[in-house]
Design a binder for this molecule. Sequence first.
Ligand code: HEM
Length: 132
Amino acid sequence: MQISNDKRTHYERIGGEEKVRALVQRFYHLMDELPETHGIRKLHQASLKGAADKLFMFLTGWMGGPQLYVEKFGHPRLRMRHITFPIGEDERDQWMLCMNQAMQDVIEDKALRDELSAAFYKTADFMRNKTE
Ligand code: HEM
């Protein structure tokens, strides 16, 4: 993995709002379509619209852009907000599959993809709440 010396935020490097929206849209499209991620798709509501809006707001702040999610919903407390969904290694890996594929499709800069992938993995792994 390559870590760059780029001092800009991830939000600036990805290309701002339009790109974060494209990433989230691709992510949930993949979750909806891929047979191997059916397990986590089932945990979501029939419509992915609400989840997509929230993930867009959250990632905007998480990448160093405006804190849209915090302004609207307060502290993310992400682990707590996921506690009602059983998340183990399989669910984490399915989430990462969608996100890594979405990044591959939307982000051209490989160094940025690698940095984000490592950061996403940490967050997704932290979300595990099932004893296996
Ligand atoms: C590890 C596997 C994960 C699973 C299985 C999972 C699943 C879910 C589900 C089922 C929801 C509710 C969506 C709905 O309303 O239909 C949700 C919400 C959300 N997820 Fe995840 N998630 C995972 C990891 C992550 C990660 C790594 C992030 C951030 C990087 C994240 C960010 C969010 C956000 C911001 C919400 C909205 C929370 C709220 O305000 O209610 N999730 N997730």
